[in-house]
Design a protein around this ligand. Sequence first.
Ligand SMILES: Nc1ncnc2c1ncn2[C@@H]1O[C@H](COP(=O)(O)OP(=O)(O)OP(=O)(O)O)[C@@H](O)[C@H]1O
Ligand SMILES: [Mg+2]
Length: 456
Amino acid sequence: MILRRSLTLRLTCFFSIATMIVITGLSWFINNAVENHFIDQDRILLNNKTHVVKSVILAGNFNNDFSKIANEVDKHNGLIVNIKNPQTTVYSSGGIQFPSDTLLAKQLKQDDLFQWQDNQNLYRGKQFDLTLGDAEHSLLIVTIAININHHQQFLISFEKTLVKFIVLSGLLSGVFGWFVTRQGLRPLEILKEHARLVSMKDIEQRMPVEKLPIEIAGLSITLNNMLERLEHAFNRLSDFSSDIAHELRTPVNNLMTQTQVCLSQPRTVDECLAILVSNSEEFERLARMISDMLFLAKSDNELILVSAEDIALEQEIANLFEFYDALAEEREIKLKSQGQATIKGDRLMLRRAFSNLISNAMRHSLAGSDITISISTVKDIVTVAIENYGDTISPDDVPHLFDRFYRADKSRTHNKHEGVGLGLAITQSIAKMHGGDVRVCSANGRTLFSFTIKCK
Ligand SMILES: Nc1ncnc2c1ncn2[C@@H]1O[C@H](COP(=O)(O)OP(=O)(O)OP(=O)(O)O)[C@@H](O)[C@H]1O
Ligand SMILES: [Mg+2]
């Protein structure tokens, strides 16, 4: 559990294990090389002695006179010789129990060495057979061996040293690994220190990318981007709250002042009625603003269910034109529509979005101009383009146009006929709920809003 949570501990263990694996492999090779070296030495010695014993026997001196052979055996400490004919042992030095040599003689090749244990002693030997002329010793099986206890003892103590060395190297590399890992992870401490400084009051704090190594710089760039987005969202939220306060304060003040003025002296019924009518308009505006804010809050939290019914867009536009007909006539504006498309979407929401775009266009069009709505389809995207002629939106305003409470004219005079600046924010959130978007371009008095919807 701790291992899973502590990176330092994990890397330290990896270091130790990796070092131990490498050293164990190396030790195995060294141990094998030493053992092979001993075997080679033994082979050279045994070959020499074989040569001598063979020449003694073949020189004809072998006539139950073992003194020459015994001489050779004595010259080398630990050397033993055994000579047998198939039935009996003819000569054996040192009273050592030999392995079943007849069996071995069949199995061994010319240069093979074999090893066996007799009591506490370990021997390495070689065997060969000789065919002689005399009838008594026609076939001799000769075994020459040396005691390899000293080799074995050396190998055992060498192996013990290697094991100690492996454990020690594991421990030492663990300590070094821990130190190196801690040093290596120091940049994370710097990151932690800077992250600790980020707060609501100091949201502009960023991670010091240039002070960090490249491996962590990527992470800190991602963190900085996240902080950037959070700062933007945080600022929007703070602006939104202060905008709400500002937008609500003015109509409420108006209502309060008007009511207090009305109450300050006796009024006729007509005067009271006029004030009530004015108040009712202010209440209507307030109610609309609150319901718009509620809609945006719900859409932010994805709490709005979007129904998917078939909608003939040209028909919806025609219905909205009917609604705006009287106003358009009053301002001598011609409403024109072209193109058609049927999509799946939420009728009420789309009506609200198009209604806002048309009412904006009406508000900002020159008297006597045209408002044209064109419906077109490219692949699976349907575009409803609303074009009008009148006020130009400055390029500085375009990036903020879809922000809540943003009005390009900046005058927050609460003209009853002015909007509150939530319409385009709502229009955009409706477009996004339908897999589309809203874009605007405005130049030389021509303003074009393109509302796109993705066909499902
Ligand atoms: N067709 C247009 N021509 C010129 N300016 C426009 C046009 N449409 C919108 N705008 C500008 O964009 C601003 C934001 O529009 P939006 O619909 O969000 O708010 P609103 O119409 O002022 O208020 P609301 O729609 O909430 O009643 C408007 O205040 C206006 O300045
Ligand atoms: Mg509007």
